[in-house]
Write a protein of this length. Structure first.
Length: 365
C-alpha cells in the first residue's frame, strides 16, 4: 500500500475508529446535536483527562477549532500573538482575522517555538486607541517544524501572559504527537497545569476520520461557546459519529500508541537518511516530522516516487523539504524511502563521474 510523506492528513482511518463509526451506525436512530449517550460518554472522557471544571465542544475541522476558540476569548479590536510559521498565520486563508476581527501579531522563530522575548516585541501601544490590543498568545504543539514545547517552556509563556492580562491558546492539531514525546506525563501536564486556557485538540492526524475538539480550562472561559459554535457553522447534527471516534481515541492508550508509532517512524527516518551525502537534517526530530535540506536534483528525483512538500526554497539549489510520518507507517515504508534516496544519490554521483570523464576525454583528444 502506497504511503505518503506529504502530510499525516493523507493517512487513512484507523480500523478501530472505522469500526466504532460502523457500530454506532448499526445502532439506528439517535437524538441529534449531541443529545446522545455516545457524546455524553466522550465528554466524560475529556473531563477525566482535563479536569472536572473543563468544558469540551466538538467541531468539524482544525481551522474551525482555532478560529472559534479565539473568537470566544477575544474582541475585534484585540490581537493574537503567534509564531510567523503558525498554521493560524500561514495556512488558514486569513480565517482567524476574518472571523474574529483580530490582528495577528507574528514572532519570528527558527524552530517554530515562540519565547517571551519575542512576545515582548509585540507588546506595544497598550491602552492606545490607535493600536490593536494584545489579548491572546497562541502556541502550536507540536509546532509546524515538528518541535515540541516542554512543560517549563509553556509555563514561562503562561506566566508572562498572566502578568500582562493575556490568555494562552494552544493549537493542538498534533498534540498527541507532542504528548508522545513525554509519555509519562498526563495530558494536563502539557496543557492546563502549566497555564493553557483553551486548547484546540486534534484527532484527524492520528487516525480519526474527522472531528476536532475545543477544550476550555474552565466553565467561565467557555461561557457562550455553544452559540459561537453554531454561528460559526461548526455544530454537528449527527454528533454521535464524532463522539464515537473520540471514545476510542481517548481509551486504552490509543492516542499515545498511535502518536508514538508516527514519532518513532520519524526518528527512524532521520536516522536512516542523515548519513546520506548531501542530506542535512535542519530541525530537531521531536514529533512526527523530519525537515531536511538536500540537493535540488535529488528532491526532483524523489518526488517522482514519493509525495512530500518542499518547505523552503531560500537556497534554490538545496531546498528544505518536510517529511511527515503517520500512525499507519511501518519500518518497511521508511526503509523504502531511505533505499530510494540512497539509490538516487548513488546514481547521480555515478552520472557526475561519467560526465567528468567525458569532458576530460574530450579535452585530451
Amino acid at each position: 500500500m502506497k504511503k505518503s510523506f506529504a502530510s499525516d492528513n493523507n493517512s487513512g482511518i484507523h480500523p478501530r475508529i472505522l469500526q466504532a463509526i460502523i457500530d454506532v451506525n448499526n445502532e439506528g436512530h439517535c437524538l441529534a446535536y449531541g443529545h446522545d449517550s455516545y457524546t455524553v460518554a466522550a465528554l466524560s472522557k475529556f473531563r477525566s483527562l482535563f479536569g472536572p471544571d473543563s468544558e469540551t465542544f466538538f467541531v468539524m475541522t482544525g481551522t474551525g477549532a482555532n478560529v472559534l476558540a479565539l473568537a470566544a476569548i477575544t474582541k475585534p479590536y484585540q490581537a493574537v500573538i503567534c509564531a510567523e510559521s503558525a498554521h493560524l498565520n500561514v495556512d488558514e486563508c486569513g480565517a482567524p482575522e476574518k472571523f474574529t476581527g483580530c490582528k495577528l501579531l507574528t514572532v519570528q522563530t527558527s524552530d517554530g517555538k515562540i519565547t517571551v522575548p519575542g512576545i515582548q516585541n509585540c507588546m506595544h501601544g497598550i491602552s492606545d486607541p490607535h493600536h490593536v490590543q494584545p489579548r491572546v498568545i497562541s502556541i502550536t504543539q507540536a509546532t509546524e517544524y515538528g518541535t515540541v514545547y516542554t512543560k517549563g517552556e509553556i509555563r514561562e509563556i503562561s506566566r508572562f501572559a498572566c502578568d500582562h492580562n493575556l490568555l494562552l491558546h494552544m493549537d493542538g492539531a498534533r498534540f498527541s504527537n507532542a504528548r508522545a514525546r513525554f509519555p509519562q506525563m498526563a495530558v494536563r501536564d502539557l496543557t492546563f497545569s502549566p497555564g493553557v486556557d483553551v486548547l484546540s485538540f486534534g484527532g484527524t492526524k492520528n487516525g480519526m476520520l474527522f472531528g476536532e475538539a475545543v477544550v476550555f480550562r474552565n466553565k467561565e472561559l467557555a461561557k457562550g461557546f455553544e452559540f459561537v459554535r453554531k454561528q460559526g457553522m461548526q455544530l454537528f447534527s449527527k454528533m454521535r459519529f464524532v463522539a464515537a471516534q473520540f471514545n476510542v481515541f481517548l481509551s486504552d492508550f490509543f492516542m499515545l500508541e498511535s502518536a508514538m508509532q508516527a514519532n518513532q517512524m520519524a526518528q527512524l527516518l532521520a536516522t536512516k537518511i542523515s548519513p546520506v551525502k548531501g542530506v542535512d537534517i535542519t530541525q530537531k526530530v521531536e514529533a512526527n516530522a523530519v525537515f531536511v535540506k538536500m540537493p535540488r536534483e535529488v528532491v526532483n528525483k524523489l518526488q517522482e516516487i514519493f509525495d512530500f512538500y518542499v518547505w523552503s526554497e531560500v537556497d534554490p539549489a538545496n531546498p528544505e523539504i518536510r517529511l511527515m510520518c503517520s500512525f499507519d507507517m511501518v519500518e518497511a515504508d521508511v526503509s523504502h524511502f531511505a533505499d530510494c534516496l540512497n539509490a538516487i544519490v548513488a546514481q547521480l554521483e555515478t552520472d557526475k563521474i561519467a560526465e567528468q570523464r567525458r569532458v576530460l576525454d574530450g579535452s585530451l583528444s
